[in-house]
Design a protein. Structure first.
Length: 95
């Protein structure tokens, strides 16, 4: 089934697309380890307190959750939230 645009018929399809999205973004922007580390350093400087890479991924997932509270009609928010939670989980088990 074509899942472009969020036409998932199962949670498995959503999770598979999330894995593909993480890989695609990695190819475009670099591995999420580096992106989350860079972002954590920027946020730490701005907020003048330590923010770790897992916190960044968790907060980004929460941004997507907040967007779904406003409008459930954009499937990208669900895909992005699942992707960020997967990244947060991956970073958490390494700590």
């Amino acid at each position: 089934m074509d899942t472009a645009g969020g036409n998932w018929s199962s949670a498995r399809e959503l999770l598979n697309e999330a894995a593909d999205t993480i890989a695609d973004r990695g190819a475009t922007y670099g591995h999420y380890d580096l992106t989350m580390l860079r972002t954590s350093k920027l946020w730490s400087d701005l907020l003048e307190r330590e923010i770790d890479p897992m916190d960044v991924a968790s907060c980004m997932a929460l941004v997507k959750l907040a967007r779904t509270m406003e409008s459930k009609s954009n499937p990208d928010n669900f895909l992005d939230a699942v992707s960020y939670w997967a990244i947060a989980g991956s970073l958490a088990v390494r700590d």
